[in-house]
Design a protein. Structure first.
Length: 362
């Protein structure tokens, strides 16, 4: 039946972070995705997800219901993010084969390296490239032929089930689930064909994604984020976490000044993120000498830390900037001022909602 309110040209993007739920609603207007509404709800103190596979479902569901009620979104259809630390993204090569056989071969290969039984994971894959294998001169005769490069994404079934049930309680109609890294790339890189590293610094974790020619090449997640920075300030200054959090968010910090007291307290935490960026960059450049990373793009709430991108630029001798998560969407006038402030926290949710619009236009 024809309906004006079918909601087909709208989608929610739902990002359940470790400390907050972030939801955006996008609508396609004259073929442009426009931000209709958004909501962020931070649960002070406790974490929404522990870092193990246990998600505190009851709490997540309860907060989600509260957010949905307050924000009055115009659709219930949405794409839900899967936290990066729950997913295993890997790459393998297979000889060219009929598409009907690919899935079986991937399951066989994946079973060798994923830590849990293959029947307990949700497995997705995509052919990301192919090349002609050449016999090595003077070497062992090998079978030369077309090779397919495949990206494999596995997520524990238990995680998918928990997210699904939290959504079902809130009557969200889930059109897709997507691992955060892909949503981040869609939001910040779009169709840009260069080679970039995205560093998403949240509360509990930092996610790294190297993307080249629009394809995710490397992902990695470490347990360091803004919460750790607040803790370092609290214990160094002998103050409580709330005060430390306020100091962190003020613009008092100058990471470029090694004599700055605040900067020296958070230095070791920032150093862990910096070391990981350097390590991943080095490995990637060794493997791909012709595809140098052009730019490091920072996002997530902690990317708002004063002088952070300048500090990384200096340390890495490379271009570092904050991503603009609003670059690929229209923003209604009434939001233009306020949404800028929370745009780095909304990156994943925007990427997820953009995916939702792609699905409904198919
Ligand atoms: N102006 C600011 N300066 C520094 N840090 C900030 C600022 N604003 C928010 N933060 C920090 O950003 C973090 C929240 O960011 P974000 O919403 O991206 O995390 P999350 O998605 O909940 O966590 P995770 O990605 O680890 O699951 C918190 O640690 C918060 O203290
Ligand atoms: Mg996050």
């Amino acid at each position: 039946m024809f309906s004006f309110f079918s909601g087909k040209n709208r989608s929610l993007g739902i990002d359940i972070g470790t400390t907050g739920i972030k939801i955006v609603e996008l609508k396609k207007e004259n073929n442009v995705p426009v931000l209709l509404n958004y909501a962020l709800s931070y649960d002070s103190g406790s974490l929404l997800q522990s870092n193990s596979l246990e998600m505190l479902d009851g709490q997540t569901g309860r907060i989600l219901q509260g957010v949905l009620k307050k924000a009055e979104f115009g659709t219930k259809r949405g794409v839900v993010g899967i936290p990066s630390f729950l997913a295993l993204i890997s790459f393998l090569e297979l000889p060219e084969m009929p598409s009907s056989e690919i899935e079986k071969a991937i399951r066989f290969e994946a079973a060798k390296y994923i830590p849990s039984p293959i029947d307990e994971v949700n497995l997705g894959w995509e052919v990301i490239g192919s090349y002609q294998e050449k016999p090595v001169e003077g070497g062992q005769p090998i079978r030369s032929g077309q090779k397919m490069q495949i990206m494999v994404v596995t997520v524990p079934n238990s995680a998918v089930e928990r997210l699904s049930s939290a959504m079902a309680i809130s009557r969200i109609s889930v059109t897709a689930m997507e691992v955060e890294n892909f949503a981040t790339v869609r939001c910040l890189i779009g169709n840009d064909k260069g080679t970039f590293m995205i560093v998403n610094i949240g509360a509990k974790a930092t996610d790294f994604t190297i993307v080249s020619d629009g394809i995710v090449r490397v992902t990695r997640s470490i347990d360091v984020g803004g919460a750790e920075i607040s803790r370092a300030l609290a214990s160094g200054l002998g103050i409580d976490l709330q005060r430390a959090d306020r100091i962190k968010k003020s613009s008092q910090m100058n990471l470029l000044d090694s004599k700055d007291q605040l900067s020296s307290l958070v230095g070791p935490v920032i150093g862990m993120i910096l070391d990981e960026v350097k390590r991943l960059r080095e490995i990637y450049h060794k493997k791909n000498p012709l595809k140098k990373i052009e730019k490091m793009i920072f996002t997530g709430g902690t990317s708002k830390l004063a002088t952070l991108t300048d500090y990384f630029s200096k340390q890495l001798s490379s271009e570092c900037q904050r991503g603009n998560s609003l670059a690929r969407i229209g923003v209604k006038k009434e939001y233009q001022g306020i949404v800028q402030e929370v745009a780095p926290e909304l990156t994943v949710a925007i990427g997820l909602a953009l995916r939702g619009l792609e699905i409904s236009s198919k």
